[in-house]
Design a binder for this molecule. Structure first.
Ligand code: 5GP
Length: 206
């Protein structure tokens, strides 16, 4: 039984190539939770196999800029030449319904959300070491060498920002990392500050 009515906003973040997307997908395949994924909007071209409205909403730069002007994003960031953003209305709607909403976003965007949603849960996914991150960026093979180099340099600048998060989860093995995230979400639910109001009401504590 949950004691909090509004859903939990869970932000999974960390440098590009740490496997955030893979961990997030593994998390959603696990049983015993009721998480909703917030589908981001991007101006990047779809990669092979990516599906509109499932992996991303793919839009033009003009459309993205128009939406920025109309204040439609909870956060957005420019990342290696493209825009990525979280549509605000959908997140609010789901949280109001008491759903747990998961964002999987890069570091700059996560820190913007931190400013706006103080009660969110912020999880930094870290690689087990730098070589593993580099290997993963190379293995992905969907980017030009120059882009890989830019992503690696960006990751180096982001490592020190982990201290701004509530939790650090090392992605040593995808299922372990997803397991730890689920454990964090469960523990966050039981936090007194999130549940005391309903608890007092339930037991008529004055
Ligand atoms: P990719 O091009 O590899 O799909 O994503 C590049 C980076 O953008 C990844 O680190 C991914 O987590 C991040 N990203 C995806 N969606 C969003 C979003 O809505 N906002 C922000 N700030 N970053 C995002």
């Amino acid at each position: 039984m949950k004691l909090n009515e509004r859903g939990l906003l869970v932000v999974i973040s960390g440098p590009s190539g740490v496997g955030k997307g893979t961990v997030r997908k593994a998390l959603f395949e696990m049983e015993g939770h009721d998480l909703v994924y917030s589908i981001s909007m991007t101006t990047r071209e779809p990669r092979e196999g990516e599906v509109e409205g499932k992996d991303y909403y793919f839009v033009s730069k003009e459309e993205f800029k128009e939406r920025i002007k109309n204040d439609q994003f909870l956060e957005y960031a420019e990342f290696v030449g493209n825009y990525y953003g979280t549509p605000k209305d959908k997140v609010d709607e789901q949280l109001d319904k008491g759903k747990e909403v998961v964002l999987e976003i890069e570091v700059n965007g996560a820190l913007q959300v931190r400013e706006k949603a103080k009660d969110g849960v912020f999880i930094f996914i870290a690689p087990p070491n730098k070589a593993a991150l580099f290997r993963r960026l190379l293995r992905r093979g969907t980017e030009e060498p120059e882009t890989i180099d830019r992503r690696m340099k960006k990751a180096e600048r982001e490592f020190p920002l982990a201290h701004k998060y509530d939790y650090i989860v090392v992605n040593d093995e995808v299922h372990n990392a997803a397991d730890r995230i689920l454990a964090i979400i469960r523990a966050e639910h039981a936090k007194t500050e999130r549940s005391i109001y309903k608890y007092n009401e339930m037991l008529e504590v004055k």
